[in-house]
Structure formats: C-alpha cells, structure tokens
Design a binder for this molecule. Sequence first.
Ligand code: BES
Ligand code: MG
Ligand code: ZN
Length: 493
Amino acid sequence: MRIRTIQKSDDTISDTNTDLFCFGHLENSDTHGKLNDADSHFLGSVKKAMDLEKFTGESNKSVLIYGDNSIKRINIFGLGKQEKLNQDKLRVLGAKISTNANNMKCKNISIDAESFKLDKSDNLQVFCEGLVLGSYEFLDYKSKVEKSNTLKTINIHGNIDLMAMKTGQILGDSVAFSRDLGNHPPNILTPTLLAEKAKEITSNAENFTYKCYDVSEFEAMGFGSFYGVARGASTPAKFFIAEYNGGGNEAPFALVGKGLTFDSGGISLKPGARMDEMKFDMCGSATVMGVLMAVAELQPKINIVFAIGSTENMPDGDAQRPGDIVTAYNGKTIEILNTDAEGRLVLADALSYVVDKYNPSGMMDFATLTGAVVVALGDKCSGVMGNDDKLMSEVKSSADNSTEKVWELPLWKEYSKDIESKIADIKNLGKAPMAGTIAAGVFLKEFVGDIPWVHMDIAATAWGPTEPAYQPKNGATGVGVRLVYDLLKNRSK
Ligand code: BES
Ligand code: MG
Ligand code: ZN
C-alpha cells in the first residue's frame, strides 16, 4: 500500500474522525492551539499523560494517548530545542510518523500543522516527503501479501500551502518510483521495459517529446562505445531521450543516466558473491527517471533533456573482448582493457551525443560507476566530479538543501595521463587500483567538451543505506532525485 492522499483539513478537534492525531511539541514549550483543544476534548487526560511521562518535548521522545471512537489515538512527538529544529529533522519525523502509523495498522491519520511548524512552506514540503518515504515498501513479488502497509489517507489540519504539500508528495512518490525501478529483478526490468516506462510517463504528461533508439541502430549512429558493451547481451539495448519544454527557447539542462539492468562484468566476469546486486547497476538511470516523473507532474519552467543508455553487460560468444578498440560518438578511440568498466563506455556515447545535439547549458550524469567510490567515501555521500566551479557549487548547495550529501573529488589534468592508451586515444582503465573513481571521471570528461558538467558516482548510495528514517529498510534508495529537483527548481524561471 502506498499513501494515496495527503490533503488539507479544516476540521476542528470535535469534528475529527481519525485513527491517530499527531502533534509536535518543542522542548519546554507550553501546550497551545489544537493540542489544548484536544486536552479539553479528553477532559485533561492529554496533559496528564504528558506530566505522567515527564514529557518535555525532547527530540526522539513521544507520548501515545488512547482516545475515543472518533479520535482513536493521540501521539505527541518531541521536536527538541527550537534552534536545533531543521528541515531534515522534519523529514525524518514525517517518515517516523508514517512508519509508526503503519505499525499500528492505521488507515488514516491527522497531523496538526501548526505544532510541527508546517505553516512554513519548505517545512511542509520536506515533512510530506518524509511521510511518503517512511511508508515505502516493495512487495510486488510476494505472492501472499500479509503485512502490507495500511495507511492510505493523511489529513493535515491548519493553514498550509497546498502547492508545498503537493510538491512534497510528488517528490516522495518520484523517489519511491526510482526505488521501485532499482528493486525490480533484472529478468523483468530490461532496457525495453525501462524505455517503455519513460515513454508512458512522457506521453501522459504535457510538454514532452520522446525518442528511443534500438541497439540495431547504434553502429549507424556512431555509438561504437555503447555498442561494444551491448553486443554480448541478447535482450536488446536501448538509448532513449525525453525532451521537456517548460522554459521557452533557452538551452536545456541535461540529465544522463547509466542504465545497466545487469552488470555481470562481461568477459572480465565478476566473482559470484553478491553478483545479484548488479541488478542495481541501473540506479543512475533510476535517478533520471525519478526526476522525469517529478518534472512531468510539477511542470517546472525550464527546459530539460533526459537521456538514458540502457543494456545488460553479459559474457557471450559475441561479447566485447579485453583488447578490443572501439570508436565513440565524438570520434575518440577507446582501448578496452576490462569489459567490467562498461558504464563509462555507455556514458561516453550518451554524453557526447547530448552535447552534440543539444548544446546544453549544463549537464549532470548519474552512475553506479566504481567500486572505488564505496571504498573512498562509504555510503554516507555520493562522489561528485566536474569541470565547472559554478555548476559544482549549485550541486553542493542542492545537496545541502536536500540532505543528499556529496563530496567532490579532483579531475586534475595529471589524472588524465592515467587513461592514456599506447595504441588508442584512451583506455577504459586508469592506474588500477589507484584512484578508480577519478579515473572514471577523467574518462567521462573526454566526452563532455566545454559544457559545464558534473558527474555523480552513486555506487555506494544507490542501494544499501537504511538511515535516516526516510531511507528504505532494504534495496534501492532513489538517491539524487530530490537533489536534482532542487537544482532544477533553482534554475527555473
Ligand atoms: N557497476 C560496477 C561498479 C560497482 C561496483 C558498483 C560495486 C557498485 C558496487 C562497474 O561497472 C564496475 O564494474 N566497475 C569496475 C571498474 C574497474 C574494472 C576499473 C570496478 O569498480 O571494479
Ligand atoms: Mg562493470
Ligand atoms: Zn557497471
């Protein structure tokens, strides 16, 4: 069950019917507003419960009170000290509230806006993101669904910004969609299905055009680098592009995703342990798809190009060999030294194609690109690299706004030496095992020309993290969707 409705309610305490009424309470503050109404409604038992539990509003503390047939429960959540209350705390609270509500098998809940400070639009948005994400579950392949979430409807009581509420819910749903794509198994979520999902979103929304190219067209298009990766797979590779026109005639901002629906490593085969996790090697494309969904629904005033290169990387009689040399869309020749360094080969063509056809005002790519970034930064942040300080600072500020942390690694020209090949222009390996994430970064840099560009390596953050509360209990996280939407919003008119 996914939350269906988050809506505004003007009901007073005595008019309300709900499984659970939630209030916030700042540390050592007085009770006021609807919490006082609730206390009177229940003849003083709310304040009595707070006193009995010595509840002062510390963060991570809460009091649960049982009510009557119309308001079945009241839950008061500590918000901590006023000066320490920030947006991520509210997002976490939203997530905890919907998780708790589901644990208590609630079908609908009420939230008092004022006591959670949701009269401020930004607070309301992130709180709604948390509500949606806290009840994320992926049960598509459970034949008997016994323990599905129950929470369907959330009523937010008070004077609130309806657009901020809607934005929060849509961003939450878009992250959830991105997670779903990651979690589907690789025999189901093929490049064909991924392309169909993008087609469906764009054809049901305004201001989009969509085009999909099949692997059979790659060689003629000049996609020698992508084709080399795709040739071992028997399920057809796809390259698809959605153009969104919300900003008139200006140059678009471009988002490019790595969509490896399964990465076995190819002829440079990966070891067996945890190879199943390589179904998540399309999470870069899932980030782009999540943003696509948010843009389709929210229609920001900016032009955007969404491009995804999707294939499996498989060993086969016709698969690419270590030693092969391929030619990318921009004419550069690449010596393949390890067929498992395939993401950069797919992105090489996708990036240079987007640069050539759209001359974007800026470009980001998203990829589960290197095991090395897991070692370097762990799962607390994504690695970012780029060629433009201004765009990089936009990315960092959107990372702060969304609490999707990033850390910059350098792409100094000294590192580019590491990918020089003896017989081709470049090779798809650096000085392994040194600086593997940067080697991939300087490789991609060969394909973006002068376009301001930031690459985000999400190999550690795309699946695995389970903290804080709005992260999933397992599987794909939908990383980057909220960060990118914030960046696009700041760039829009
Ligand atoms: N998809 C992997 C990167 C990866 C590894 C993501 C582990 C998440 C967890 C990528 O295609 C890959 O195999 N990269 C190689 C590159 C190497 C051969 C230079 C890697 O990181 O080992
Ligand atoms: Mg690989
Ligand atoms: Zn890969």
